[in-house]
Design a protein around this ligand. Sequence first.
Ligand code: NAI
Length: 269
Amino acid sequence: MGIHVVTGSASGMGAASASVLREAGHTVIGVDLHDADITADLGTAEGRRAAVQGILDASGGQVDGVAAVAGVGPAMKDAAAVASINYFGPVALLEGLRPALARSSAGRAVVIGSNSSTTVPMIDDALVGLLLAGDEDAAREHARAAQAAVPAEVGQAAPSISAYASSKFALARWVRRTAVTPPWAREGVLLNVIAPGAVLTPLMLGSTGVGEEPDPDAFPTPMPLGVFGRPEDIAYWVHQFLRPEARFTTGATLFVDGGTDAAMRPDAQ
Ligand code: NAI
């Protein structure tokens, strides 16, 4: 049985992932702002360093799996915080834990992106560039400045929609670029993305502004299956990606979105 790290373990998909892994007999080190084995703010450089150190201390320096689930949604008021939490949080954690993953005989990492990276039209290329360049101060400044350009009718419910979709887009690109570099690929550490669609969690219900389950057929993006996802639907795939037997997939993005991406981009491969 392995030692797995789950960020965002206090709620939603992270909580569901931690339970599935624990039920399968693994040791789980949960990281979150509250109610976790390690409490840390992954939106700050200091919080990320403390989280990595806490994980290394708790695991003895070898980790078999990391599920970087923690994140915020487009309803977050401050777009700078979205860039820090959703991009720099998982990237710094994974970079910090890579040597510990490499000590495992089957190191696996999976990050939670979003299908907004392909279905939301407001990808900010300049922000994506700053994120991938690792310039957190400039990315934060740009994200805040660009927030003013989000149209008011969208901005009321989702003031950070552009920063949100752009941070998830950049994260998926970082994974694709990084997974195939020698320190990851040649040390046998596999790195993939799960891109959820609308999943019923406090984040999603909060961003609808009504706090209760909306009608899937009246949702702004198509929901071909006619249902929203549940946290367990994502946890299932987190578990699969972290299995030692999942040994020939890296740099991939799996859409777990009830068909939204396929419905919106039927001809994309
Ligand atoms: P949630 O709000 O239920 O859980 C997110 C968890 O992340 C919370 O426990 C929260 O405390 C933690 N977190 C937030 N900021 C943090 C920080 N600075 N440091 C440490 N922990 C922090 O949300 P949900 O829906 O389970 O979200 C999980 C991931 O899925 C997020 O990355 C989100 O962006 C992504 N996502 C969610 C979708 C949805 O429809 N629910 C759709 C697509 C992606």
